[in-house]
Design a protein around this ligand. Structure first.
Ligand code: GLC
Length: 747
């Protein structure tokens, strides 16, 4: 059993996942009965209050509104508060609320616990690079345990937006470009956050966001227009959302963007027809931050009343921060523009979630200061964060096996992030502590290299400003070293929300510094901390090794140092394509063939093809790519049959051998191409993956199964079916694999 599975098991044992009934818990009736009886006593004002959420004074996650949330709580006008954390603070707010709630309806506290609460794991794009579902579930489980112990009931996660555009800063919060991988990871996160009982004091309610297609913002500019066919929406962007409904997610969040002219927050098609009717979602829908107010600048509402009317009719159950529902719903009801049934349905959904969380039995069940101290930053949590961070490391280049480093080598560590404790935990790091808690690379190296004469540490340059006065000292030390390790990248706030970039090169004069380092004629290893794919064409040509570390979290410095010195063998694989330059974007592996596919340099027709005249079509590093310190060989690809029908399955097997000098893990990936369809189909699609551990010299046979269900898509009539015909199967260590076989699907 690998370490992550062992840790998950350990955590499952220690974190009793069943509701711990507190001594103060009231005995109450079954949910539907309890909520119906409660609502029968509620006034319209009290029902509307349940649809209202305001932000407290903690983390700022959006524009100021001027609404005084304390006053509103005192008036009994609030159902939920976000950005309030800590047992003391949430206790105070809950007490204030209950003193002013005629029917003693508790508040629900929401917070962005995206990749950890205090113990911070790699950013979720980095977690996606682990391709390890148990690791990702473990991360969410730890985050939930710490959040719940700190008074939080509800996290605004998982963010499941598929994105093919690294200019968009929020790729850092997602799972990359692929629907299949993103779907698996979304479910793992919901399981981790919610466990098997929302009333447990170790779990929180999850919130799938941002519904929908937020990651397809034109030009990668945050909040920008989204326009796509229903086929693309349903095939590429919706599956992770649907999978979380099937996994029992308690809530959804609408996205800021419009889709084909209709803002998601006013889209009855999305929120009611698809989510609540077609998928049978019975949780509640909260908007994103002031998203109802934004229907006015979107141009679909002339004023806040119309905005509120559109949102409620579309299926929005809770208004995040904007105050629109509190201000307008009662009047809209009187005017007959909304119905009491619509208000009742929204209120019911919110009350049922509070019931599931055990808040009616005991509104203070998550408020125990002793537990808060015991659970936060537990050693098991920090160990888990280190484990997941190590698995997130992606080795992009390693010429002449310059990595791993050896302890007797003299190594000059340089770069703006070499001793960083701030950016290393990334954006959306909830209540994670930076300085004094997060482990920097320098700290991690010093734990391994006790002979201090072997290592030097110099920033050399900053991340974005162009001061050069530190460069000389760094070059002087580098000149005396056997190997140079440059730790570079972005500020944590150069990705995440409202952080799109048009130029995705290494910022500032970092590349200039690398060029000076290269002139010293020694091996240069580039370690990257960044929240998105970067354009690294020059680095790929000029660096001897490149390790993608993302923002690896509280234990990040240990994870990076242990990887550099071979105590961890990198096994991560890219969840997103790295382009040669930003002009190729959007670029992704599961693209269409077009009528004039370019076959590369060997193509006999070099002009009239779908290509650029200045850059090859291929990416710098493809989806699913990642090296190891060892070498994995694939052979003996076999299908149990070349024919599949709608009731059989095909077994696919391949031998994977560890031909190198290190034990290591490999993510074996299965792709399928539907060669001819009633509509055009991607050149290949990920349909399975397995992460296998192989000792050096070991060989294993890895097996997958294919059924007709795996081949379904939205055909020319928008029916989700598998069509008979020819298919190709590809297996390998990344999406560019050429190892293939074929089969036919017959009626
Ligand atoms: C932000 C984000 C969303 C977050 C919410 C609450 O604007 O878009 O992801 O959950 O507001 O902080």
């Amino acid at each position: 059993m690998n370490t992550v599975k062992a840790t998950l098991l350990l955590l499952a044992c220690t974190l009793s996942l069943h509701a711990q009934k507190g001594k103060n818990d009231k005995k109450i009736k079954p949910k539907k009965e309890f909520v119906a009886e409660l609502m029968a006593k509620m006034t319209v004002d009290e029902k509307i209050a349940q649809t209202v959420q305001y932000t407290a004074d903690g983390t700022v996650t959006g524009p100021k509104t001027g609404i005084n949330y304390i006053d509103e709580i005192k008036k009994g006008n609030v159902g939920s508060i976000l950005n309030a954390t800590g047992v003391k603070y949430t206790n105070m707010l809950q007490k204030l609320n209950l003193e002013n709630s005629r029917l003693k309806i508790p508040l629900i506290f929401g917070y962005d616990v995206i990749h950890g609460y205090k113990t911070i794991f790699p950013i979720t794009l980095g977690e996606a690079a682990t391709w390890d579902l148990s690791a990702v579930e473990l991360s969410a489980r730890v985050a939930a345990a710490e959040a719940a112990a700190n008074g939080v009931h509800w996290t605004f996660a998982p963010m499941v937006d598929i994105s093919r555009d690294p200019r968009w800063g929020r790729v850092s919060e997602g799972s990359g470009e692929d629907t299949y991988l993103g779907t698996q990871l979304a479910v793992a996160r919901v399981k981790g956050f919610q466990g098997n009982d929302l009333a447990s004091i170790n779990t929180v309610m999850a919130c799938t966001k941002h519904f929908a297609a937020y990651g397809a913002a034109e030009a990668g500019r945050d909040y920008n227009t989204v326009d796509m066919s229903e086929r693309t929406l349903r095939e590429m962007y919706l599956p992770p959302f649907k999978a979380t409904v099937d996994a029992g997610v308690g809530s959804f969040m609408t996205s800021f963007n419009e889709i084909a002219g209709v803002p998601a927050t006013a889209s009855k098609f999305l929120l009611t027809d698809i989510l609540k009717k077609e998928w049978g979602f019975d949780g509640f829908v909260v908007t994103d931050y002031t998203a109802i107010n934004e229907l006015i600048p979107h141009g679909v509402a002339k004023d806040s009343a119309q905005a509120g009317e559109l949102a409620l009719k579309a299926g929005v159950d809770m208004d995040m921060v904007g105050g629109i529902y509190m201000k307008n719903l009662k009047k809209l009801l009187k005017e007959g523009k909304v119905t009491e049934a619509q208000i009742n349905d929204a209120c019911r959904r919110v009350l049922e979630a509070k019931y599931d969380l055990g808040l009616f039995e005991n509104p203070y069940r998550y408020n125990d200061e002793k537990r808060e101290k015991e659970v936060t930053y537990k050693k098991e949590h920090l160990d888990a964060a280190l484990d997941v961070a190590k698995k997130s490391m992606v080795l992009l280049k390693n010429s002449n096996n310059v990595l791993p480093l050896h302890k007797e080598q003299k190594v000059a560590f340089v770069g703006p992030l070499v001793n960083d404790e701030w950016n290393i935990i990334g954006s959306w790091a909830a209540s994670g502590d930076r300085y004094g808690y997060a482990v920097s690379v320098q700290e991690g190296v010093n734990k391994i290299i006790t002979d201090k004469s072997k290592v030097t540490f110099d920033k050399g340059v900053e991340i974005i400003d162009s001061r050069r006065d530190m460069m000389k000292a760094a070059l002087d030390n580098a000149r005396k070293a056997d190997v140079i390790v440059a730790v570079m990248g972005e500020f944590e706030n150069m990705s995440g929300e409202a952080a799109s970039r048009t130029d995705i090169d290494l910022p500032g004069i970092q590349k200039e510094f690398l060029s000076e380092l290269k002139k010293l004629g020694k091996p240069v290893v580039l370690v990257l901390m960044n929240g998105r794919p970067l354009t690294l064409t020059w680095e790929n040509e000029n660096m001897d090794a490149i390790l993608e570390a993302w923002f690896p979290g509280t234990m990040g410095g240990d994870a990076i140092a242990q990887t550099l010195y071979g105590l961890n063998v990198p096994s991560g694989k890219l969840p997103m394509t790295f382009p040669r330059n930003v002009g190729q974007v959007p670029i992704y592996y599961n693209h269409k063939n077009t009528g004039r596919p370019y076959l590369g340099a060997g193509d006999p027709e070099q002009k009239y093809k779908s290509r650029y005249i200045d850059v090859d079509n291929s990416p710098l590093y493809p989806f699913g790519y990642g090296l190891s310190y060892t070498k994995f060989d694939y052979s003996n690809l076999k299908l149990s049959s070349q024919t599949l029908n709608y009731s059989t399955k095909i077994k696919v097997s391949v031998d994977v051998a560890n031909e190198g000098n290190f034990d290591g893990e490999e993510v074996v990936q299965l792709y399928i191409q539907d060669e001819v369809g009633s509509v055009t189909r991607p050149v290949k699609e990920l349909k399975g993956f397995k992460k296998v551990f192989l000792k050096k010299g070991e060989k294993k046979t890895v097996e997958f199964e294919i059924t007709a269900d795996d081949l379904r898509f939205y055909n020319i009539d928008m029916k989700f079916v598998a069509e008979p015909g020819d298919f190709k199967v590809f297996i390998g260590g990344d999406s560019a694999t050429k190892l293939q076989d074929k089969f036919v699907l017959v009626n």
